[in-house]
Design a protein around this ligand. Sequence first.
Ligand code: AMP
Ligand code: ZN
Length: 114
Amino acid sequence: MADCLFCKISSGEMDTDFVYEDDQVVVFEDINPQAPVHLLIVPKKHIADLNHLEASENDLIGHVYQVAKKMAAENGIDDSGYRLVSNCGDEGGQTVYHIHFHLLGGRELQWPPG
Ligand code: AMP
Ligand code: ZN
């Protein structure tokens, strides 16, 4: 997807500092952090949003959760707690239409979200 920001970032085109990378995902710091730890876990494959997720991508999403667990431990928030969020659609708060998962922690998070 030529005009997709997260395709450009995940392919390395933007020279982003990755805190983690493997063959399926990249992880980098959110440019506008909402918590002391705010990482974005982004599949390299372009999937616009949750509405476009196929059953064939179930392993990929399971992998995302394993990476989130690893990132939480590496950032010392596994015991204190954290949140993994994927916003979908305009009212869900999605602004970048390439599926991604926010890992937020390092402070007490509120519920329900605003
Ligand atoms: P969402 O609003 O759920 O689609 O999440 C998109 C996130 O991407 C927001 O939290 C933005 O702050 C973040 N973001 C946008 N551009 C960049 C960028 N160039 N580098 C890192 N994070 C970004
Ligand atoms: Zn994309």
